[in-house]
Design a binder for this molecule. Structure first.
Ligand SMILES: Cc1cc2nc3c(=O)[nH]c(=O)nc-3n(C[C@H](O)[C@H](O)[C@H](O)COP(=O)(O)O)c2cc1C
Length: 306
């Protein structure tokens, strides 16, 4: 299996992950390829429960299966949780059945730029099992509160900063993390963010969190949609696979996604969002993203394998 899967790894690696940490590992064994994760690529501060880690690993598994199927390889996935491991890609009787292709995997990407106003068609939203829809404007207050919470937390901000690549001179610019271009920042914005984060300890008591949170103040002030993925906490890996399929469906229809996990990372805003959706257990809110037709294409994010 190793000989056939290895050349496909750059496409497996196009899977999305929080902060673009690409936490997954593939270890080839006699049985197939073990899917695991590298603890140095987890986000223990901003993702203490491992929710985003498991969603990202699920997205990776789905990507592997789609890319293998498109290459004509009969590969399946069997969950087999263990220490730093979620399961195994193994030889199967038939290729994985999926409407998606490697070209779809390559074409998908987060887009944090401006979106044209307009709501998603109802039949499309109905196709996205587990997704609940809200109007962007109805979440603007929660996004601001969550951003204030995020940037007010020294440790969360420190962890985020470790994955930011705001200058092309950063030695990992082409490998992982969030680049200025993927974040849709202008040069001036990137320089400003770099400088203010470098001075964070000194500027925090002077109101830096408010300034940083202010940058996204108007992000949801337009006629658009936010989609919230709701599912069982025990199924986070499987829900990562579902999330990947939904993102590919949206992307195939010309829609892009901009995740806003801070809304569910912050306890009070997660509770309020659950109330607004009529969801009893706030922990079942697994992912939040605004979705729409982007005004311009996004720069593809970096990868460890390319
Ligand atoms: C579980 C999960 C959570 C994410 N949360 C955020 C987020 O809160 N904010 C954001 O801008 N992007 C978020 N992202 C998007 C990632 O940063 C993005 O997938 C990664 O940088 C790779 O870029 P790509 O999706 O364009 O390939 C998230 C992605 C995943 C899979």
């Amino acid at each position: 299996m190793k000989d056939r899967l290895r050349p496909l790894e750059p496409d497996f690696w196009r899977a999305p992950s929080a902060h673009n940490t690409q936490p997954w590992t593939l270890t080839y064994t006699a049985e197939g390829a073990e899917v695991g994760w590298d603890p140095s690529r987890a986000l223990p501060i901003s993702d203490p429960t491992g929710r985003d880690l498991r969603l990202s690993l699920g997205a990776f598994v789905e990507c592997c299966l789609i890319v293998c199927a498109d290459a004509g390889l009969s590969v399946g996935f069997r969950p087999d949780p263990g220490p730093h491991r979620v399961g195994v890609l193994h030889a199967a009787a038939q290729p994985y059945r999926t409407p998606f292709t490697t070209a779809d995997v390559r074409a998908r990407g987060a887009n944090r730029g401006e979106y044209h106003p307009g709501r998603l068609p109802d039949p499309l939203v109905a196709e996205l099992t587990g997704m609940r829809r809200l109007a962007c404007r109805d979440l603007a207050d929660l996004l601001h509160a969550a951003d204030l919470h995020q940037f007010g937390d020294r440790e969360v901000t420190r962890e985020l900063r470790a994955w930011l690549r705001l200058t092309r001179r950063h030695r990992r610019y082409l490998l992982d993390g969030l680049t200025d271009r993927a974040l849709s920042l202008t040069r001036a914005e990137a320089i400003g963010l770099r400088a203010s984060l470098a001075l964070y300890p000194a500027l925090r008591p002077l109101g830096l969190p408010r300034v940083l949170a202010g940058a996204s103040r108007d992000l949801l002030d337009y006629d658009g949609d936010v989609l919230v993925l709701v599912g069982a906490v025990e199924d986070e890996l499987e829900m990562g696979r579902v999330l990947m399929r939904h993102w590919l469906t949206l992307s195939a229809h010309g829609y892009a996604t901009h995740p806003l996990s801070q809304i569910i990372d912050c306890e009070p805003t997660r509770r309020t969002l659950a109330d607004r959706l009529g969801v009893a257990d706030p922990r079942t809110l697994l992912h939040v993203a605004r979705v729409g037709r982007p005004a311009s294409p996004a720069t593809p994010s970096s990868r460890l394998r390319s």
